[in-house]
Ligand binder design. Sequence first.
Ligand SMILES: *Cc1c(COP(=O)(O)O)cnc(C)c1O
Length: 360
Amino acid sequence: MSRFWSDHLADLTPYVAGEQPKVDNLLKLNTNEHPYGPSPRALEAIKAAATSQLRLYPDNEAVGLRQAIAQLHGLDPDQVFVGNGSDEVLAHIFNALFRRSGRPLLMPDITYSFYRTYCTLYKIPTQLVPLADDFSIRVTDYTKSPVADPAGIIFSNPNAPTGMVLSLADISAIAAAHPDIPVVVDEAYVDFGAQSAIALLKTHANIVVVHTLSKSRSLAGLRVGFAIADAQIVQGLNRVKDSFNSYPLDTLAQAGAVAAIQDTDYLKQMCQAVTDARAQLTTQLTALGFQVLPSQANFVFARHPDHDGGALSRALREQNILVRHFTLARIDQFLRITVGTPEDCERLCKALTKILAKTL
Ligand SMILES: *Cc1c(COP(=O)(O)O)cnc(C)c1O
């Protein structure tokens, strides 16, 4: 606290990002980064763009990138909004679409925790909808809304941190039940096995889909995310963006992102490597006695019936292995473990085997 702060800072609870310590021999399975690097074509494009032309401001409309994204998904560039990571895209979505005279935003009680942070920042009331006992999103809880007049709906699909998916039929039912409010589907992990709700845009003008290049395209350090929506919704997002920062994506990021988006073969290969390792890791954790939720993401969410989640997380840390542990009710016994290379998974399972044997 400081007497120099604006009034509303006292009430903010900032999002806590997974830590990025600089330690040798560290196995980072805590922030869902991709274990392999980005497309070599993306790296070449970034190098090629590092010229004296950097004296100029970047393209404030990111035309090339929006075209590449539109082409990939068979859309019009007017339906594409880009930002400095999908976190920034989400922040603009909350600001532009969910501030509706105190009407509450509907979202799962367990989902990406940044959503609640944006709600405190923008003073958007929330109506949390508990996940079912098996941690799935129950569609009828949204089609028959628990509040009369919500400002909007948001969830991630696959959901974070469970990794579980909702079918397109279910998303379509939710969107159809609320044609006059935005339904935002955060698809940060969609490339690892879920179907994209972009396919529903033609029939549902209220769906907004958010993607990131941080996870499946292994470019978390470049900070590029985007939203796909009806062109008029995108216009609204641009109003907020141009009242905040006209140049969220620098020249290097735009160049790298275009090449990464276009390298679809590399994306497929790298996602396949991760989903293969995920199957292997799930089998191994199950053999160690863990309950592993069915994940379509690049992480698994698992708990051991006989061992405390926090204790396991601390014991792994002593072995220089970081996983994510949330101290939130209902999920405080779980570990969220990023799927790494087969060697990473091997090291994790060896460490867990030792820890479980010791503390029994
Ligand atoms: C990682 C993640 C994001 C943020 O991605 P950035 O593009 O790196 O900001 C957004 N939503 C979910 C659900 C995520 O897991």
